[in-house]
Design a protein around this ligand. Structure first.
Ligand code: HMG
Length: 405
């Protein structure tokens, strides 16, 4: 009863300015690497990857599925004609940018056939970028009745062949339509955030692969989560009794698990810890198959939880811990909305994952090493995914320009 009252209070609290996620979908390329194959090829015990890292597979992007194509493929299925007219801002969050000047959002606007009557921008701050986009979008729709914001997180995680980070690569995009009176998750205006310059992970402009101080990056991630959690507790925003799930940025599932484990050992009650752990297991189902999609990872965790958990209900409150190396972190909260299940396509998402083709190690290495031309010559690309939901792809390069279809 107390819990029900609390839920209703929360819903009421956000009622006057309710903003949040109205629709959500993801796309991942249609090739994957099985991590047991990778372990064998690298001479590693497969359990290190399956248990120690906590991943089973990773999606691998062919050249025609760059961040623009993946972003458009994630968004295309959820947009109605009305949505296309009402979108006042298009945000593409990525750290796998294709241009130093022009926003990826402009290419995506074109592919999705959106009107010219919008702001199109790209946001970068490692894996935190999409959360900045979501918060900006919520503020925008609160001030602009009748307008919507399309936020798309799209990334390809690359560390290099035979590096410690190789097993934590992945590729994919998550598209979210942010509106007033959202149908899935109403996001609370109060949140906790922190920024601190750290050298845990970075990618210089000249490099197609990221560099990481792996163990240090884990420490920073866990430290920033603990700081924000403690602050949220002090401010009365993170009462574990009334938190039905806690989502994490998932570069690999063990990382989120390490964050969650900081709440064990008596920091919250055993019953609350067990409930959050059960829900956490549902939130990593998709990520374990797809790998790190950087800024979309936490939203893939949200989608995984909503698609796979059968016990959550409208009014349940969820926490989201977003972390981007470098580093910016934010802990925020949202409430599930009545009828949210009807707005999900769990079957379609599972079908997308199941339709992927398994790569041999030589094919994966060839796909990973393939590059677009950089000398201005013409390059035509073969379409890698014509069946499993990819209506958009990069057709090639000409005179240093990307040509999409
Ligand atoms: P590593 O050197 O392979 O680590 O690098 P390890 O040897 O310590 O092994 C990893 C785990 O496997 C350990 O467990 C081992 O005990 C266990 P832990 O101590 O961590 O709990 N293990 C085994 N378990 C079962 N059976 C076995 C076995 N052998 C070992 N036989 C590392 C791992 C994650 C550091 C590396 O992959 C890496 O550098 N990854 C990239 C960086 C990264 O993902 N950092 C995460 C935090 S930062 C972040 O999330 C932001 C990011 O997404 C970027 C952005 O913001 O844009 C990365």
């Amino acid at each position: 009863m107390r819990q029900e009252q609390y839920r209703m209070q929360k819903i009421d609290k956000t009622d006057s300015v309710k903003a949040g996620i109205d629709k959500i979908n993801f796309y991942t390329p249609n090739h994957y690497l099985d991590l047991v194959d990778l372990a064998e090829a690298r001479g590693v015990d497969p359990n290190k990857y399956l248990i120690g890292i906590g991943q089973n597979r990773m999606s691998v992007a062919a050249l025609d599925q760059d961040v623009v194509a993946m972003a458009a493929n994630a968004a295309e299925p959820i947009l109605s004609d009305d949505d296309r007219q009402e979108i006042g801002m298009l945000i593409v969050a990525t750290e796998s940018s294709i241009d130093q000047s022009k926003a990826a959002a402009l290419f995506v606007q074109d592919l999705l056939g959106l009107t010219a009557d919008l702001r199109a921008i790209e946001i970068k701050e490692a894996c935190y970028g999409a959360t900045a986009g979501i918060q900006l979008a919520c503020d925008y729709v609160r001030c602009h009745p009748g307008r919507k914001v399309l936020v798309i997180a799209s990334d390809i995680a690359r560390y290099g062949l035979d590096t410690p980070g190789e097993v934590t690569q992945g590729a994919g995009a998550v598209a979210m339509l942010v509106t007033r009176d959202p149908g899935i998750l109403a996001i609370e205006p109060e949140s906790l955030y922190a920024s601190r310059s750290t050298g845990d992970f970075w990618r210089p402009n000249y490099s197609t692969e990221a560099f990481a101080r792996g163990k240090f990056s884990e420490e920073v991630y866990v430290g920033m989560f603990s700081d924000l959690w403690d602050k949220a507790r002090q401010q009365g925003l993170a009462d574990p009794e009334h938190l039905q799930a806690l989502l994490f940025h998932i570069p690999f599932s063990k990382m989120g698990r390490k964050g969650l484990r900081t709440l064990g050992n008596g920091k919250i009650s055993e019953a609350n810890y067990n409930r959050l752990t059960e829900r956490f297991e549902q939130s990593i189902v998709y990520g374990k198959e797809v790998g790190n999609i950087y800024t979309g990872s936490i939203y893939l965790a949200l989608l995984s939880l909503l698609d796979n958990d059968e016990t959550l209900q409208a009014g349940d409150r969820i926490g989201l811990f977003s972390y981007g190396s470098g580093s910016v972190a934010e802990l925020y909260f949202g409430t599930l909305q009545p009828g949210y299940r009807n707005r999900l396509d769990a079957q379609g998402h599972r079908a997308l994952l199941d339709a992927r083709e398994r790569l041999s190690i030589p094919d994966y290495e060839a796909m990973f090493s393939a590059q677009l031309v950089t000398d201005g010559s013409e390059q035509n690309l073969e379409r890698s995914d014509s069946a499993a939901g990819a209506s958009h792809y990069l057709a090639g390069m000409k005179k240093h320009e990307r040509r999409y279809r």
